[in-house]
Design a binder for this molecule. Structure first.
Ligand SMILES: [Zn+2]
Ligand SMILES: [Zn+2]
Length: 217
């Protein structure tokens, strides 16, 4: 059975997710760990559960989601997977990390470029991928159909959506992508977002003020 553990790291309160199944193989999404104690928290969980981390995956490459990339790659000796459109987003982080208060930020590079035609396989688990641009140019979401778990990054939040005022962002693109790519998933699929609590597709279709039935914006 697919299991999920979340951690909230760094001053942006970013959610880092570890997915793993009965084989103890795991993938780590968007490691936001920056401080030593945050890194130790993540490593201690992996060790305590006896997990073998197979991949590091970025839904997108804003600073809050990649602060722990280099640490995770080095510690677990895993390749980084992301969409090619996020390469410039990732590269630019080094230029502004200090200004944001992260002088010890370490750069990282992807080993594999992925898109919505790929699948992520680890243990007995398959994750499907959808392309949801608008918050970031190469934003991907990942979901498992049987466990009904979706890792949504900064596309859809409980009662909100991702901001679109950053470079590569576009409001209408995000609205369209959420409706076509997220709202076509099963209504009882749990959505684990990059910030804040989890929600599900049905709830957001009904109540989300940006993209729901009674959207006000
Ligand atoms: Zn973001
Ligand atoms: Zn974020």
């Amino acid at each position: 059975m697919l299991q999920l553990r979340s951690f909230t790291f760094n001053p942006f309160m970013e959610n880092t997710y570890v997915l793993y199944d009965e084989t103890k193989e795991a993938v780590i999404f968007d490691p936001g760990c920056y401080e030593k104690r945050e890194q130790q928290t993540l490593q201690a969980f992996v060790t305590a559960e006896g997990l073998t981390v197979k991949y590091l995956i970025n839904t997108h490459c804003h600073i809050d989601h990649v602060l722990g990339n280099a640490f995770v790659k080095r510690t677990f000796n895993v390749p980084l997977l992301m969409h090619q459109f996020e390469i410039p987003v990732l590269k630019s982080v080094a230029s502004y990390a200090s200004n944001y208060g992260f002088p010890a930020y370490e750069e990282s590079e992807p080993e594999h470029l992925i898109d919505e035609s790929d699948e992520i396989k680890f243990g007995n688990t398959v994750l499907k991928i959808r392309f949801v641009p608008g918050h970031a140019p190469g934003h991907l979401i990942f979901y498992n159909e049987s466990a009904k778990i979706c890792i949504a990054g900064d596309t859809l939040f409980q009662g909100s959506i991702g901001r679109t005022d950053l470079p590569g962002g576009d409001h209408q693109t995000l609205l369209d992508a959420i409706k076509s790519q997220l709202f076509t998933l099963p209504e009882d699929m749990t959505v684990y977002s990059g910030h804040g609590p989890e929600t599900n597709i049905g709830l957001e279709k009904e109540h989300n003020p940006f993209v729901g039935k009674r959207a006000r914006f």
